[in-house]
Design a protein around this ligand. Structure first.
Ligand code: NAI
Length: 297
């Protein structure tokens, strides 16, 4: 890290859903003081329970035969975490604010505009958005040089990558601090400009869409495409298994957004089959059916 960059010790995470609670867990587990914010006590209680459940899985692997060490570890991580509904209070003492709320530009802008007025001047802002340009979100603030993207992957405690995104205004100090934070929470970082899908989704989403188009043309079945990509390309999941896992509504949402921005890019074109499944609420694993059927629990 460059000498002028202040190391990140306190982190405010806004949004305690799938991603926010995962980011909070890895940040707290690596010694950061973390405040997680969401809209209601009920949501926060759910997030706290889900973090504890996830930590339960971590300690079983980390200390398989040592219940005392398991307890101490969980207690220590939880002592680094506080959950609340007051976003303004949370950012007042934060070195870094990570936003992981709903994927909607206006909602994100309105949040950041409020937080910009409340946070100290040294506080760095980052969004975990998957598909919205970071520059559009950052425009709601007066700290473009202290703004960037930290794109984590689901499930956060398991996936080893963080994409660190720079907008043209992101200062070297800010970038270094974000990169150092990513490493400090145990991840490998890669740097990318503010381009649709960054690195991973830019390659993955068109690949998943191309698999759907191949099936739409009647050239192969989803099962055979998945088998082919797992055994022939060494991928851990086939594109249809992956789409069902990510959620077909999410895949559609991402491709629709990109198509709006680059209508002439054939990689971002629509799929009738995907649109039909989403319309029928066949969204993948979470709804019990997508390209495949799943047991509803
Ligand atoms: P989620 O729906 O699980 O969680 C979002 C949370 O934000 C909810 O608990 C909601 O109550 C809360 N929220 C909404 N508006 C709020 C506000 N104004 N103030 C405080 N809390 C608010 O969503 P998820 O999946 O965690 O996604 C969050 C962000 O992370 C999105 O931008 C998404 O694109 C991005 N992302 C998602 C990935 C995924 O696999 N789900 C992967 C990487 C990034």
């Amino acid at each position: 890290m460059s000498s002028s960059a202040k190391p990140i010790k306190t982190v405010a995470i806004i949004g305690s859903g799938l991603m926010g609670s995962g980011i909070a867990q890895v940040a707290a587990a690596n010694g950061h003081q973390v405040t997680v914010v969401d809209q209601s006590q009920e949501i926060i209680d759910k997030a706290s329970a889900s973090i504890q459940k996830s930590l339960g899985r971590v300690v079983k692997k980390k200390f398989p035969d040592d219940p005392k060490a398991q307890q101490t570890y969980v207690a220590d991580v939880m002592a680094h975490l506080s959950l609340q509904t007051d976003a303004i209070g949370a950012v007042k003492s934060a070195d870094l604010v990570i936003e992981a709320i709903v994927e909607n530009l206006d909602t994100k802008k309105s949040l950041f505009s409020t937080l910009d007025k409340a946070a100290p001047s040294h506080t760095i802002f980052a969004s975990n958005t998957s598909s919205i340009p970071i520059k559009d979100i950052a425009a709601a603030t007066s700290r473009l040089d202290r703004f960037g993207g930290l794109h984590f992957f689901n499930p956060v405690p398991v996936m080893k990558l963080v994409e660190v995104i720079r907008i043209p205004e992101t200062s070297d100090e800010t970038y270094s601090a974000l990169e150092a934070f990513g490493k400090a929470v145990g991840k490998t970082t890669v740097q990318c400009k503010d381009t649709p899908g960054f690195i991973v989704n830019r390659l993955l989403v068109p690949y998943m869409m191309e698999a759907v188009r191949l099936v739409e043309r009647g050239e192969a079945t989803p099962r055979d495409v998945d088998t082919a990509m797992k055994l022939g390309a060494g991928y851990p999941m086939g594109p249809f298994e992956l789409s069902d896992y990510v959620g077909l509504d999410t895949v559609k949402f991402i491709i629709d957004g990109w198509m709006e921005r680059e209508p002439d890019n054939p990689l971002f074109s629509q799929s009738t089959l995907l649109n039909k499944l989403v319309e029928e609420k066949k969204l993948g694993v979470k709804s019990g059916e997508g390209f495949y059927s799943y047991d509803k629990k």
